[in-house]
Structure formats: C-alpha cells, structure tokens
Design a protein around this ligand. Structure first.
Ligand SMILES: [Zn+2]
Length: 337
C-alpha cells in the first residue's frame, strides 16, 4: 500500500466502505472457503463405536463404519479432506501398529478410499499412538534417564508412511519432529513407487499445552518425561523458519504450523518467507476453549470460530485443519446466501 496516495480527512473517510453490508463483503481482503478445510478424525477397531472425547464436545473415537459416516457427512458439506489418527488395540516398544499392513489406520484408509474415492485422505505419520511409552520416537533408557533416538526412528516413520500410501493415502503428514524425517519418508515413498504422494510436514510444531485434550482423544500422552527434546519451544520463531526451510529442502510439499492461534506470527513469517502452501492446525485446546466458553454462554461459538479461522487465513494459512470443519462448512454455506 502506498500511504502517500491517501488524501487527508475529509477527502478520505475509511468508514465510507464500511456502510452497506454488501460493500463490506465486496472489499473484504480475506475470505474463508470450504476448500481450505481439513477434518481430523480418530479411528479405532470395533463396530458401531462412537466413543466421545469428553474434553472435545462433538469429537469421537470412531470405529471404521462410523468413521465412514462422519467422513461422508463432512464430504457432502464440501470438506475436501480428512486427517486420520489411529488408536491401536495394542501398543509396544517399536510401535509396530504404526506400519502394520492391517493396522487400524491402514484399514481405515482403504475403506475410506473405497467408499469416498473423491475425499482426500491425509494420514498422520507418527509413532506415539502406537508406542507403549507414548513418545514419538524410539526410546533408550540410560543412566541419565530416557533418550529419544532420532536416526533409528526415521526408518520406522518411513515404513509407516509407505504403509499408508500402500493403503491408498493421498497425502502423508509426519508429525513426530525428528530431524531428517521428511527426507527419509520422501526417499522411502519414491523407492516404493509413490513419487506422486505429497508430504504435508508438521514443520513448525511447538511443545504446547494446547494439545491437552488431543492426548485423551488419541490416547497418546507420554508415560514419562515430555516432548520438549523434539518439539519446539514457544520462545522461538527464527528456529521455526529453519525447521520449515529444512523440511522444504527435504521434499515437503506443504508445511504446517501447529498450534495455530497462539502462533499467528509464525504462520505469517513462514508464508512470507517461503510462499509455499501453508497449513495451520487449530488444535484440540483451541477447539475446547471455544466449546467450553460457548457452552457457558460466554462466547458466540460460530462467530468466534470463524473469526479465529479468518485470523489464521489472514496470517498466511492456505489450509485450515480444524475439528469444527463440518460446522464451518455449514456456516459458510448459510453465510453465502
Ligand atoms: Zn507423535
């Protein structure tokens, strides 16, 4: 914008453009679209199972048959993609459920692609839900406590990503924050013939207290320690740019900032610096806060949810991953009328 081109008051009155609602719509700089939305879903074995996640009203752990119902509902509302998380029956120290050909996510992907071929299925690639200890990588117990092993973990992540692609996943989304995982996954996918499968990298993923409710949903809370040796510190922004640069160099097609609302500055800088497709993950805690306040009558759920997503888009997000995706899709429809 060229500020010098603006005449002084009264020649210039910004309020002129704020009078009729139709004019406000016309000059809007940012617009939300259903095309941006991704709905995260949790799948576990069983039939007709809808296990509510108490801290996330409206979110459930779903058996595959119910998963298809919710995915279909979102798809019919125009939501283009879902992001799948699996909750296995059994966890172990090598996260074998994460890369089992008949693992819960692999089965769910297969079913979704059969029932809803046009719905994009993105799979979360991580080990924490499948590890007995709940960490995102292999753990070595030493005299000075537990250590998360980076390089040996890469092989397992790559194996998980390939197994998802084999099941039919449209995109894979590594969320572990191990160094070098995007490159390892890209190489493994290419070697397995999946050269066209994009990687959506959780590039700047912060160790955040906003993930609290998710851990109930995915049953992935670490049994000891925390994730601060691999997820980023909230203090750091320059480091986020380095993380994104590394992931892009290793072959990431889309980069993600997570959480979203408390990290809008990071979204902005990532978009500005790299100009590549950028996703924001409005995480469980962001969702739970709005739901809780709305349930108490303290906030207007619809208005606040849309305002938050608009802020993420304004900051630079092209893609919005949100548990509210079906509601948002519905609201955007009625708003357009
Ligand atoms: Zn993880």
């Amino acid at each position: 914008m060229n500020a010098a081109a603006l005449g002084p008051f009264p020649a210039h009155r910004p309020r002129r453009l704020r009078q009729p609602a139709a004019l406000r719509r016309m000059v809007a700089e940012t617009r939300l679209s259903v095309d941006q939305l991704v709905l995260p879903l949790f799948v576990r074995a069983g039939r007709r199972l809808r296990h509510p996640v108490t801290s996330m009203p409206g979110v459930f752990q779903l058996s595959p048959d119910e998963l298809v119902k919710d995915a279909r509902h979102a798809h019919e509302l125009g939501v283009p993609a879902v992001l799948l998380f699996g909750i296995p029956d059994r966890k172990d120290a090598t996260a074998s459920g994460a890369y089992a050909a008949k693992g819960i996510v692999q089965q769910a992907v297969h079913l979704l692609k059969k029932e809803l071929p046009d719905l994009l299925v993105i799979t979360d690639v991580c080990l924490c839900e499948y590890m007995s200890h709940g960490h995102c990588g292999l753990v070595e117990q030493g005299p000075r406590g537990a250590r998360i092993l980076n390089d040996p973990t890469l092989k397992l992540l790559a194996r998980a990503a390939v197994s998802h692609a084999e099941a039919g996943a449209d995109l894979v989304a590594p969320s572990d924050m191990m160094d070098g995982r995007v490159g390892a996954i890209r190489t493994a996918l290419d070697q397995a013939g999946f050269t066209e499968t994009p990687i959506l990298a959780y590039a700047a993923k912060y160790a955040s207290a906003f993930y609290g409710p998710f851990r109930e949903a995915a049953e992935s809370a670490p049994k000891f320690g925390d994730r601060r040796s691999y997820q980023m510190a909230a203090t750091n922004a320059e480091e986020a740019l380095r993380e994104v640069a590394l992931d892009l160099r290793e072959g990431a097609d889309i980069v993600m900032v997570k959480p979203a609302l408390a990290y809008l500055d990071i979204l902005r800088r990532v978009k500005q610096e790299f100009g590549c497709p950028t996703a924001a993950y409005a995480v469980s805690g962001e969702y739970a806060m709005v739901k809780a306040a709305a349930a108490n009558g303290w906030l207007d759920e619809r208005a606040v949810t849309l305002e938050c997503l608009l802020a993420m888009t304004r900051a630079g997000a092209d893609i919005l991953i949100t548990y509210a995706a079906p509601d948002v899709a519905r609201w955007l429809r009625t708003d357009a009328r």
